[in-house]
Design a protein around this ligand. Sequence first.
Ligand code: G4P
Length: 526
Amino acid sequence: MTTPERRTFAIISHPDAGKTTLTEKLLLAGGAIHLAGEVKARGANRRARSDWMKIEQQRGISVTSSVMTFERPQADGSIITFNLLDTPGHEDFSEDTYRTLTAVDSAVMVIDAAKGIEPQTLKLFEVCRLRSVPIITFVNKVDREGRNPFELLDEVADKLALDVCPMSWPVGMGGEFEGIYDFATNRLFQPHGPSREFDDSFQQFAGLDDPKLAAALSAHGLAKLRDEAELAQGGYASFDLNAYRHGDLTPVYFGSALKRFGVGELIEALARYAPPPRPQPAEPAPVEPERGDVTGFIFKVQANMDPQHRDRIAFMRLCSGRFKRGMKLTPSGTGKPMAVHSPILFFAQDREIADEAFPGDIIGIPNHGTLRVGDSLSEKADVRFTGLPNFAPEILRRIALKDPTKTKQLRKALDDLSEEGVIQVFYPEIGSQWIIGVVGQLQLEVLISRLEAEYKVEAVLEPAPFDTARWLSGEARKLDDFSGINRSNMAKDRDGNPVFLARSAWDVGYQSERNPDIAFSATKER
Ligand code: G4P
């Protein structure tokens, strides 16, 4: 049997650009109904039957939206399965977000037509670029007044240093919106009825100079479309599959998630152009999805929200082989084989206990803390996936206990939460106060509330005299010398690696210039 087709992707965007709305419309279009409420409404029996739901109920956690799956039949009768991985959509984000992007083969970048590229879009894009993740751009909300499409395309090209290729074009925006013209198929999709929604109908034309277009659009709309389309097609790169798959070119679709414009074309583009499971960086050699035995890595761990239990779900991206329930896999962390009896798979119509999964699929593995983010799992214990980084924190705080007798509980909690990627923790060489590092303010709030709720530890955060941190590597003797001189800036991370706590970015630059034999890294791989 050939391996079933998979497209494993994430949506990256700045809050409010329309990620949630687009996700819903993708799932609805793909026939996955659990977001639409139907499953909930008639699902009481099914929920009782499904072991997975039981897990979800008992543990009080919701992984519902971590992985969403939908399917689409192909012309030849085969089915493509889409695995959409959720990236938490806060203004602030944690390493969780970054790491989820290591588990996808491509991404859809949603931008608001009125706002263009916003700060978080840019940050997430940079993470995609690190791994050359190919990006399809969706310019959303064309049903509202937006910026000129050329200006938007130029901004994507300039800010992201990417070639852009418009694949469709909006005929006006906001009050003047008359539809979307798809360049590849010469189809025109138009708003209908009082809701001005897309109703799945379209008109087929022979091309942009087809005289029949005059009957479909206003004279102004038609003239504008013809002018703009000519400029758009002449002025930007033409679509090149290789350039897209290398992350050098982004095809751009215009649409409105709310009114369902462009959603079908986006699915079509993912099916046609987005890469199937890609080889994954690993040692001793990259793992090809065609490899026969099962391998995968943990990119996310979701701990129990219920303080009575300490179970967690580890999310594994399957990189090769055909996974079967009950299979024994060896995690790189412990080196001890474990049988995966109750894996969770995420199906389009329902989520059930998995019997089988294929490269590109995500499997939830319930465990008691044996599996950690960054762990590689394999049948033969012979692979270590690389490139799951920790990122240098942008905010550092000292953590202090209100009740000093709770040191042990605090240490345990900090270890757990750093394992989950909620925070990073550094243990300074001098002094007894631990330092917490995060990339976004929200993580600090999450930390304090989870410490109280789950660990019954009350803690306060105080300013730390440091601004950022760098992982050090180099010859042991050089590292020792450096640590000796800079003891008050030295700490260990939770794995015992040496870390330089810097007072400023300037400090990092200064020290790395003075110590050319030591590498100061802003990321650390497990
Ligand atoms: P996010 O997940 O990226 O944060 O965005 P979300 O989908 O929640 O959308 C943010 C707001 O933008 C929502 O409005 C949503 O309805 C609106 N929106 C999303 N796509 C479109 C679109 O194509 N056209 C228009 N006109 N609006 C769109 P809200 O008022 O904040 O929320 P709600 O009360 O409508 O849910």
